[in-house]
Design a protein around this ligand. Sequence first.
Ligand code: 3PG
Length: 316
Amino acid sequence: MTTRPLVLQTEALDLPARQWLAERAEVLETPFSTPGAMDPHLPRVEALVVRTYTRVDQALLDKAPRLRAVGRAGVGLDNIDVAACRARGVQVVYTPDANSSAVVELVFATLLDHLRPRTTLRHALDDAAWAKARKDLVAPRQLETLTIGILGLGRVGSRIARAATALNMRALYNDLLDIPADARHHATPVPLDDLLAQSDILTLHIDGRPSNRRFIDAARLARLKPDAVFVNMSRGMVVDHTALAEFLRRNPAAHAILDVHDPEPIAADNPLLPLPNARLLPHLGAATAQAHTNMSWVVRDVWRILAGEPPQFPAP
Ligand code: 3PG
């Protein structure tokens, strides 16, 4: 009897993908949240399947001499020391576009929650109450009159540009890369300072590489309009949250929508928690059934590696 390779699954995956992998490998659930759960299996493990909260670092690699593959169900690789994996010959794979549309939906859903007041009627209204509801629920700002600034015109940012310009918004962007005109979706490149100063809505779509830590700091926040809507659905560490809290306190007409935090879960002393103009969400960007399915099929690439085949989506 041949032994099947051992794969540790440390975070939730869709059942069909998990079952598919379990038909080929021995799959054990070792939740990242249970300290030491992986430890007894590390000497034998050949692949890991993780999401956002499992740290794959040198210390773990040192305990897993047979490890060959790390599958990141999702796009962010900031929890994985890809260089250390590579140095050890461990291949890292991910699902780069699995949740881009889900993030875009959440950006627009939460923007419209903020910009477009509305109610749901549960009972009859008399003439006066009807007229009052219609008067009270007038949105001060309509999307097509606004400029959206997109920091990072990558997989998510470019979809934001496409959606925004389809809604007749003016879209500006700033990106490290020189993006060809036909991939800009009618967004206009501008220097970072102009992006910050001209945006009615600023939305961040940069990654969690170490050089992006606190990229949005007090000086950059100071360039924003006093009624700017600030959206972060990328990584919590790219924003200085103390400086953002100070900006929001000083500018009560400004509003922040934050899906990602540093640390997660949110700590009790997070300065944004008590602010009426900050809306905090529990990292829901990828929270659609479709995105979860897309992400979970990272197991295909994990299996390709275990079977000695080239993976489709190696980590960059
Ligand atoms: C990602 O990096 O893909 C997202 O942050 C998804 O995170 P989640 O799988 O933990 O929801």
